[in-house]
Design a protein around this ligand. Sequence first.
Ligand code: XMP
Length: 555
Amino acid sequence: MKNEQSHRIPTTDDIEVSTYLGIAKELHGEQATPEPKPLPPGERETIVVIDFGSQYSMLIARQIRECHVYCELVPWDTPWEKIAPLNPRGFVLSGGPASVYNPDVPLALPYIYDKHLPVMGICYGTQVIIHQLGGQISPGEKHEYGHAILYLNTEDCPLFASLPTSFPVWMSHGDQILETPPDFKTLAYTDNSPIAVAGNDEGIFGLQFHPEVVHTPVGKTIFQNFVYKVCGCQGNWTPANFVTESIEKIKKQVGKGKVICALSGGVDSAVTATLVHQAIGNNLTCIFINNGLLRRQEPERVLNTFLSNLKMNVSYVDGSERFLERLKGVTNPETKRHAIGEEFIKVFEEEAAKLGKVNFLAQGTLYPDVIESSSASETKASVTIKTHHNVGGLPARMKLSLIEPLRYLFKDEVREVGLALGLPEDMIWRQPFPGPGLAIRIVGEVTRERLEILRAADWIVMNEIKKANLYRQLWQSFAVLIGIKSVGVTGDYRSYGYTIAIRAINSNDAMTAEWAHLPYDLLARMSDRIVNEVPNVNRVVYDITSKPPATIEWE
Ligand code: XMP
């Protein structure tokens, strides 16, 4: 695992993830994606994105999935034997940092052209096509980065159907197309690129610009045109189809085996457990460990959902005492994290041992984690570091095979699947909550008294934020118990009490965040309620720092 010292998500100005999430947000108002058509399971169609290492590759996959077409990102050197079972209907060749005339650069394998499927190259992917099919590339005299206006040379290219004759696009390339391959036409140009888009009648296109980023506002339409009009896809990638397919797959994989799954109360583990449960029923046992660091009523809520509503086998362990014991005297944030992580694994193993022979561990790994750890992406900044809830190391130690039904889903798709499975909206839209829980929202030692204070204050913050209808809009909103005490006055008496900090932030991905400009009256209500209702607190402050330089959590 990358970044072993710290479980924090590293700060980076990696444009990729912010753009990716930007897309999801800013797409509102664009041309609607056609309603998906149901297709019998097993007839899934896939657009395969050949990854040449662009920082935007994940965005391409995201754009295609939003067209209700399944899409996978594969390293450029993936052999045809691995592609064929996906039932590919077309390829997208991503951008990448290489230059085609340099030695040992990645190129398209022969099947990309031999299978006579449509191909859309983007940036470096385009240069690969032009180079391999007999055109010419030169290092651009004027590098093009940023906004440009694209002018179409033709009105009947299917890729640009229903688009105006010129529109803004986002450029980011050094090399330029000098000459198109035989049978290719120049389909569009910009001021700096006489050949900005080239294509042939067989459905092979090369785009010098990036349709996948938000800065190309018509990008979605280009992807829709490619998948529907060029590749002839039907658009059958829906949460309901995904559920049906996954259940079949899990049934086959597990047979009569036994599965365990750690529930955290978060959406990923909830959706994972529900899918597995629908596939194999009581051969799944969920283990829900209360580490004593959860918010008020959280254990009850989780148990109620899974035990009473979903009727799953849940083995509930109240480990509060042991976790608190383990945290005695611990003040260093990373030591806290490690202590909690180690204790979690111990409890989990003990619990699993009581179940007799278990064969599988179900985990809520998501697609971005998979992509991040795949070899094609080694050059990328590391992003999500899962905490102890991702019970790393356990599968090998306990000789368990993994079941990861969400392995190919993005977070918002997981939410859609969760809704399709009938999970409560509360759970689906829960704001992220860190694995080490309230321990990293108490600066300094975690004690029972401090936890109680923080729970009470956090309850008020959550309550008021929900009443103000801001809960879903904010990435996170919570209370922090700052380890210091300060002087106050209560009635006629001097008090010496704790300070609570309120933290509310907007973010697209937790890698960067901005403090939320909450209305003053809301802040006033939270402050009044906290000092009046929570014993031992005489001061409330609002954290007005963004990330970077601060982090979202205080520890
Ligand atoms: P920071 O504080 O690094 O947090 O800006 C970024 C996001 O990660 C969450 N976070 C954690 N989640 N275990 C987790 O499961 C952790 O140790 C941890 N530390 C931070 C945090 O809540 C925010 O969403």
